[in-house]
Structures are given as C-alpha cells and as structure tokens.
Write a protein that binds this ligand. Structure first.
Ligand SMILES: [Zn+2]
Length: 168
C-alpha cells in the first residue's frame, strides 16, 4: 500500500475502500506509477550525465590548455640557436642562451668595422678617447680599489691634472 499512498496520506480515502478494492487499485495503478518514477529518474540521470559530460569537457579543455602552455613554455625556454655550423653548414641545434637567440658559440661579439671608412672612424674615435684622457691629466683608475688606495690615486690624479694645467 505504501507504494500507492504515502503513509498517513489520504488515509480516510483509503479507509473507505475494501481491501479487495485497494489491491485491485494498486494493481491497476502500479505500472503508471512505476512509469512516472522511471521517467523522473531517467530525467535526473540525464541531468547527471549532462553535468558529468560538462565536467569532462571542462577538464579536457583545461588539460589541453595546460598542455599547450607547457609546450609553449618549453619552446620559449629551449629555443634552438639555428646558426650555421662551421662543420657542414647545418642549423645549430644547441639551446639558445644569448639575448640575440643564438647559442654560446654563435652570435658573439662584433668582429669590428669592415669598410675603410668604418675603420678610419673607429681609429679616430680611439684617438679622441685617448686624447681626452691625456687632456684630463692621464688619470689612473680608481674603481676596483680599496678606499685608502682610491684616496691616494684620486689625490695623485688631482695633482697631475693641476701640474698639467699649470704647464699649459
Ligand atoms: Zn649555435
């Protein structure tokens, strides 16, 4: 009976029926009730499945995202040099460690001016630098020195600059 009517519900209604009528009613209504229960349960299950699928999709998207970011990070962190090897001219496969994207062997310092004009400009700049140094009284360096030593050198530099100005 509890399958048909909840305990305590419509009890006066149920009490008015004879036991035979109740059995008959239950037998007649049982399939309908079961069908309704199954329908509701299937809906609930469908919602659960939908939710599970959503979760799975979200997880997959997140995983792909993480995977892609990790791969990109690897590419960023382990960019290859790509310079030409002296051995056979094939691309260098060393990891690029310099800011210019080359490895420790490729893409180093400048090898200097090539044209005559550039060489001349370089020469003049060097000469200008030394001339300026001499004009300043040929001061000795004070960096990378202990404080006392630096004081001595500074005094000597000043003295030399003064003598130079007096001589001029
Ligand atoms: Zn290289």
């Amino acid at each position: 009976m509890t399958a048909l009517w909840g305990q305590g519900q419509r009890s006066e209604w149920r009490d008015r029926l004879t036991p035979e009528q109740l059995v008959e009613l239950e037998e007649r209504e049982a399939p309908r009730i079961a069908a309704g229960r199954a329908r509701r349960e299937s809906k609930r299950q469908a919602r659960r499945d939908d939710h599970e699928l959503d979760q799975l999709v979200a997880y997959a998207v997140r995983a792909t995202d993480v995977e892609q970011r990790r791969a990109q990070k690897y590419v960023d962190n382990h960019k290859l040099c790509g310079g030409r090897t002296r051995k056979d001219g094939s691309p260098c496969r060393s990891v690029a460690i310099r800011p210019n994207g080359r490895c420790k062997w490729h893409g180093g310092l400048s090898t200097g001016p090539k044209t005559e004009e550039g060489k001349q400009r370089c020469r003049e700049a060097t000469q200008r630098t030394w001339a300026a140094w001499r004009a300043a009284g040929s001061p000795k360096r004070t960096y990378n020195r202990s404080p006392e030593w630096r004081a001595n050198i500074t005094a000597a530099n000043r003295r030399r600059a003064l003598m130079r100005r007096l001589a001029a």
